[in-house]
Write a protein that binds this ligand. Structure first.
Ligand SMILES: O=C(O)[C@H]1O[C@H](OP(=O)(O)OP(=O)(O)OC[C@H]2O[C@@H](n3ccc(=O)[nH]c3=O)[C@H](O)[C@@H]2O)[C@H](O)[C@@H](O)[C@H]1O
Length: 436
């Protein structure tokens, strides 16, 4: 009561004292109600902001960007949804396999999913459609897969409940794990996204696979970038891979070690594929051959990297159809996992293969080929190779993949780029409706 009196006597406006009137108690009641109401609103907002906001862990732009791009699943469950998954997973050929393809709306994922479906395997795709690059291209790939009879579930590999649910619906014999944060240079802009997808995401996929009964065999995308600062060429699987030049490479290398652990402890059959700069139709707009094409058509200048002392920068560019053959061969030769329900029953297969083209091409030659195909002269701007993860050259020794997988790339850069340019022009037109 004395406290109320005190509140009663606080001036509502400086210099003025409240008049004691019969309405004052009522006003005080309203003020307290209002105060309580706004306090709740305020506390509620704090709660929503700090505890529910996707960027709660950090206020850094990278972290909020990471959250924005790690789209949560919001459309799963329900009988109609399960029916679509079962239909997509239906094996139609005598010796077919049933495969969960993560990153199915990605470049390699789309091609691999379509190829599996064509030969009668059961395929279910999973993709979070993040906006690392233009999501409309991913949606177009999804539409392509839908027409081929492949359903792509919209969800994140870090959504363990969703992964478990998919394994409840379908007994996948294989997982083709291609979902990842790609790109060598972007790792400096958004390091968290690499850890989130390439490390945490991989572990989540392996956790669910190890608990599945039966356990699937897993084939997954590593990268040529694990060779890092290695100077011994061509790169062989036996060469050292402990000097990554980018965080991207480091997360892929970590993935290889994580694969070893899950193979060792749980008996998961694991095959890592070290892809060498894969290119082709429906490719990734963040890759040089893709945005060079866009910028040559727009008349914009092309930054061509060169190493110290005018050293050539070269890549073992590998055409998508060759990569797809390697992926399918890896799935077909994968032995069964030996564990079940989280317990190892015996040693399991653990492999790593280079999937390259074995003929590195200088980046300046790549530009010359594009000029000829596009019939447009490029505005070349030669720049020093930035120290942000790029390595000077890559060159695959593929003898192991040849022996074990029958892998034999047949497409040279000229032929492959011709197919890419044909697709690019039919998809985007001659530059008026160009890639973002
Ligand atoms: O094999 C891999 O594991 C990786 O391949 C790919 O990386 P990279 O080989 O670096 O491809 P990409 O960026 O197309 O640059 C090609 C060339 O152009 C040069 N380059 C690049 C950009 C530029 O502006 N100028 C330039 O000269 C550049 O120096 C390089 O020599 C995938 O993106 C990556 O996700 C991963 O899968």
């Amino acid at each position: 009561m004395s406290q109320m009196k005190h509140i009663d006597n606080i001036p509502s406006t400086p210099g003025k004292f409240k008049e004691k009137s019969p309405y004052n108690r009522l006003r005080l009641h309203f003020s307290l109600t209002k105060l309580t109401f706004w306090s709740f609103v305020f506390l509620g907002l704090i709660f929503v902001f700090f505890f529910r906001s996707p960027s709660s862990s950090s206020s850094s732009p990278a972290a909020s960007d990471l959250s924005r791009r790690s789209l949560r699943t919001n459309s799963y469950d329900g009988p109609a949804w399960e029916k679509r998954i079962k239909a997509s997973a239906k094996v139609r050929s005598h010796s077919g396999i049933s495969v969960l393809v993560t990153g199915a709306a990605g470049f390699v994922g789309t091609h691999v999913s379509a190829a599996l479906k064509r030969r009668g395997d059961g395929v279910v795709g999973l993709d979070n459609f993040n906006d690392y690059y233009d999501p409309t291209l991913k949606r177009a790939r999804q539409a392509l897969l839908e027409r081929a009879g492949v359903y792509v579930v919209e969800g994140d590999i870090n959504d363990v409940a969703l992964l478990k649910k998919l394994f409840d619906i379908v007994q996948f014999s294989h997982v083709m794990h291609l979902a990842a944060q790609a790109g060598v240079r972007y790792a400096m802009e958004n390091p968290g996204s690499y850890v989130h997808s390439n490390i945490a995401g991989l572990v989540n996929v392996l956790e669910v696979c190890k608990n599945a009964n039966p356990q699937p065999a897993i084939v997954w995308a590593s990268s040529s970038s694990v060779y890092g600062l290695n100077t011994k060429v061509p790169f062989s699987e036996k060469d050292r891979t402990d000097q990554p030049a980018s965080l991207y490479a480091a997360t892929k290398k970590a993935g290889e070690e994580i694969a070893h652990t899950y193979n060792h402890i749980y008996g998961l059959s694991l095959t890592g594929l070290r892809f060498f700069t894969v290119y082709g139709p429906w490719g990734r707009p963040d890759m040089a051959y893709f945005f060079f094409t866009r910028d040559i058509l727009k008349g914009k200048s092309i930054p061509i990297f060169e190493a110290a002392n005018h050293g050539t920068v070269a890549r073992d560019f590998t055409y998508i159809d060759d990569i797809v053959k390697g992926c399918l061969a890896a799935l077909d030769t994968a032995e069964k996992s030996t564990g079940s329900g989280g317990k190892k029953k015996g040693p399991a297969q653990l492999r790593v293969f280079n999937l390259g083209n074995t003929s590195p091409v200088p980046v300046s030659d790549l530009v010359s080929i594009l000029e000829r195909l596009l019939k447009v002269k490029a505005k070349r701007s030669v720049m020093k190779l930035p120290r942000n993860g790029d390595v000077q050259f890559t060159h695959a020794n593929i003898s192991f993949a040849k022996r074990e997988l029958g892998y034999k790339p047949t497409t040279d850069l000229q032929t492959g780029l011709k197919k890419f340019v044909r697709w690019y022009l039919s998809y985007y037109g001659d530059g008026k409706k160009s890639a973002q």
